[in-house]
Design a protein around this ligand. Structure first.
Ligand code: FAD
Length: 265
């Protein structure tokens, strides 16, 4: 690990004031960032720890949906009774991330800023058509995830919260890597006010919408309709865990299971 300066401000304004310089990074739970720094894959001159800013941990639920503060941990989302009632699929997604230590340290802001191609939250954000709130603007889910570990965030831009509208039906199912529980293929299916949305993680360089399955489910919201779609292998990941053909097939299988789970609520 390279040396760095560490600051722990108590407010958003102090955090923004501290986050000057191209090599400054916000620190959430450190579940990805500290590991990358230890391996010298990432070098930061300064870490601005967000852990002392209480209002970034807030979770609010009202009739329109759920707003989760950037520093809310996966465990706090999974265990929140109001989230479980309003959008049970979201609470279940958070409860299926990693292991207890990861869920107690990892945050929604860190997860989506990191934009790991196999992470679960990006699928929930895209599937539910969420809005990302930053210190500068709001960003629609469709515009947020731009590439492998890349997002629409500008240098120094602070995610403050993520708003999820409620869905008529929704579920997330992943075929998980057994050691880490990251998604080899994960699919979030939602019947939203704007139509059916199907977001896929783990299968390509970044989360994406499976429009072929969305169209099939718009005609018939059934597990069989999702399973019948043959997904193309274009740009689909291939590694020691599975070929592109295998992962493409798993997208339809996971989507059909997610539809079945959504219908069973
Ligand atoms: C063993 C293990 C298993 C895991 N399994 C899963 C899994 O099954 N599914 C899954 O989805 N994830 C999984 N994860 C990832 C984990 O859930 C965390 O969400 C992820 O590592 C990010 O961690 P963090 O929130 O601590 O952010 P950090 O590591 O602190 O930060 C990550 C990045 O986000 C930036 N950042 C953090 N907060 C903000 C903010 N508010 N605004 C702007 N930028 C910010 C940081 O500067 C950094 O670049 C796993 C991680 C580990 C270590």
């Amino acid at each position: 690990m390279y040396g760095f300066d560490y600051q722990r401000p108590a407010s958003r304004d102090a955090a923004k004031a501290a986050a000057t310089g191209a090599d400054t990074r916000y620190l959430a739970g450190g579940q990805s960032l500290i590991q990358a720094m230890r391996l010298r894959l990432s070098q930061s001159e300064r870490l601005v720890d967000l852990g002392g800013i209480a209002d970034l941990k807030a979770i609010k639920v009202d009739a329109s949906g759920v707003t989760i503060g950037a520093m809310a941990t996966h465990a706090s989302v999974a265990g929140n009774a109001d989230v479980r009632r309003a959008i049970p699929a979201l609470a279940e997604l958070a409860g299926g991330i990693g292991d207890p230590m990861v869920r107690n340290m990892g945050t929604i802001g860190g997860s989506i800023a990191n934009a790991d191609p196999a992470a679960c939250y990006p699928a929930g954000v895209l599937g539910l058509n969420a809005t990302i709130h930053t210190d500068r603007r709001t960003i629609a889910a469709d515009a947020f995830f731009t590439g492998l570990y890349e997002t629409a965030l500008q240098p120094g831009e602070l995610i403050t919260a993520v708003s999820f509208p409620t869905a008529q039906k929704a579920a997330y199912v992943k075929y998980k890597q057994p050691a880490s529980r990251f998604a080899l293929v994960g699919v979030f299916v939602a019947q939203t006010a704007g139509g059916v949305r199907v977001a896929v993680t783990g299968a390509k360089g970044h989360v994406f919408r499976a429009t072929q399955i969305e169209e099939a489910l718009a005609r018939s919201f059934t597990a069989d309709a999702a399973k019948a779609v043959k997904m193309p292998t274009t740009d689909v990941n291939a590694d020691l865990h599975g070929s592109a053909e295998y992962r493409a097939a798993m997208i339809s299988v996971m989507a059909s299971r997610a539809v079945a789970a959504a219908l069973a609520r």
